[in-house]
Design a protein around this ligand. Structure first.
Ligand SMILES: Nc1nc2c(ncn2[C@@H]2O[C@H](COP(=O)(O)OP(=O)(O)OP(=O)(O)O)[C@@H](O)[C@H]2O)c(=O)[nH]1
Length: 434
């Protein structure tokens, strides 16, 4: 018998819906009963067409919807926000659960309201997401173990995730340390903060490929740790602006202290703690350059303790050492913060004074000479007086570079010794060569 037009379009619709890979449910909102479902719906849930899923309430399929009251509130949401997207679990006839993403819209037909739900099986997607997040967790764990902690900064909200290990390194408990950028930056040592900010800004603006800095960070007790901090932009917004930066931190306090100690040993004299000759030469060059740029004079003084061999011979080498240390401390207390006092070698010292002409320098050195001559050497029996002879020179009068100045000041010191010691002699002005 040929099909009528109505029968024909019904059959076509039925075939179309049955061909859909997603489950389609037509629901009566009032009763929550299923009034139509396609093949994917009934077969996916383990029923046959004959078993008539249409007698079911949609509630019996959903693991997460419990009772008519919850259905009423969901129905209200569907009406308000159609299409309403819901991620939940359908219950298979044999008890297993199928993760689904359900899109439900609401429509009127012949004065009746219907909900049309299209449910997609997301088993595979859920599995992939789970694998990804497990891998993400493993990766975080590995990075966390490889470093002393991780941070993850969401620029827009200014929230920072600090890993538990990072908090532990700084002496905080898991629930302490506000997750904001300022709770980190406020603890950066004042002297390092500007540089760290600049490096971070350079990275955010694209001038540096990555953020990497070594700086001092205050821990919960107020002590500073040295950290090596590395990070990189890992997400950008739709305008390509950085929106997320992640990084890892390494506690390098031991290494840094050793490094600083080695630097100190390489640049300082171990007996007096003053800069050594190698460092003094570097300082002299730098200060000369600085004074030239600023257009100010530079004064230098080379001085040598008088008859020091006799002090050693009479009182012993250890007392000689005490005298050297005592001179360094005495003069250290009476020079300006911008002056550099260095041990040039043996019982010879160099003083470098920026922004000092010869007269100012002579005045200052005379004060030091008197101080030394009047210094009581308590603790060294029978040592009544220690004196020194001083040669002084200044730039530009006596030379424009370190070599010329040194020759001039050394000659002045020689004359101070030759003239009877315990005196200050200025360098000679070199006659201009034609
Ligand atoms: N205790 C001690 N003595 C040192 C040190 N370095 C150098 N000396 C001694 O300093 C003495 C320098 O002697 P001289 O070069 O003859 O000079 P001086 O006796 O000071 O005589 P004038 O410089 O001419 O006044 C030597 O005996 C060195 O052994 C040191 O680190 N500790």
């Amino acid at each position: 018998m040929p099909l009528s037009n109505a029968d024909n379009s019904h059959a076509v619709l039925q075939a179309v819906f049955d061909a859909l890979p997603d489950s389609v449910f037509l629901i009566d909102p009032a009763s929550s009963g299923i009034v139509y479902c396609n093949r994917a719906a009934w077969s996916g849930l383990g029923y046959s067409r004959a078993e008539n899923l249409l007698e079911h309430s949609v509630l019996s399929l959903q693991r997460d919807v419990i009772g008519p009251e919850q259905w009423l509130s969901i129905a209200a949401e569907i009406r308000a926000r159609a299409p309403y997207v819901f991620i939940g679990c359908h219950r298979h006839r044999l008890g297993r659960e199928i993760p689904v993403e359900v899109h439900t819209s609401c429509f009127q037909f012949q004065d009746r309201e219907y909900f049309l739900s299209v449910a997609r099986d997301i088993t595979l997607r859920t599995q992939l997401e789970r694998d990804l997040s497990a891998r993400d967790a493993q990766l975080r764990f590995a990075l966390n173990e490889a470093s002393d902690g991780l941070w993850d900064w969401e620029i827009g909200s200014d929230r920072v995730f600090f890993s538990p290990q990072l908090k532990r390194m700084l002496g905080y408990g898991p629930d302490e340390l506000e997750p904001t950028l300022s709770s980190w930056t406020d603890n950066i040592h004042h002297d390092d903060a500007a540089q760290v900010h600049r490096i971070l800004e350079d990275h955010l603006s694209g001038e540096r490929e990555r953020y990497e800095a070594e700086y001092r960070l205050r821990n919960r007790n107020g002590h500073y740790l040295w950290v090596h901090d590395r990070g990189k932009i890992c997400e950008r917004d739709e305008n390509s602006r950085p929106s997320r930066v992640v990084g890892m931190v390494q506690n390098i306090t031991d290494r840094k202290n050793l490094e600083l100690r080695l630097q100190q040993l390489a640049s300082h004299d171990s007996l007096t703690g003053l800069l050594n000759r190698r460092e003094a030469e570097i300082v002299l060059d730098t200060q000369l350059g600085l004074c030239e740029r600023l257009g100010v004079p530079l004064g230098i003084c080379l001085f040598d303790l008088d008859n020091f061999k006799q002090i050693n011979d009479t009182h012993g080498h250890q007392c000689g050492d005490k005298v050297l240390t005592g001179v360094a401390q005495l003069f250290g207390r009476h020079i300006r913060r911008s002056d550099f006092l260095c041990r040039w070698g043996g019982e010879e010292f160099m003083l470098i004074c920026m922004d000092s002409n010869l007269e100012q320098l002579r005045h200052r050195i005379e004060t030091l000479r008197h101080l030394l001559a009047a210094h009581p050497w308590e603790g060294i029996d029978a040592l009544e007086q220690v004196t020194a002879s001083f040669g002084i020179a200044s730039c530009p009068e006596h030379g424009r570079d370190a070599r010329e100045l040194f020759i001039a000041v050394d000659e002045a010191l020689y004359r101070a010794k030759a003239a009877g010691r315990n005196r200050v002699e200025p360098a000679l002005i070199k006659p201009l060569t034609p």
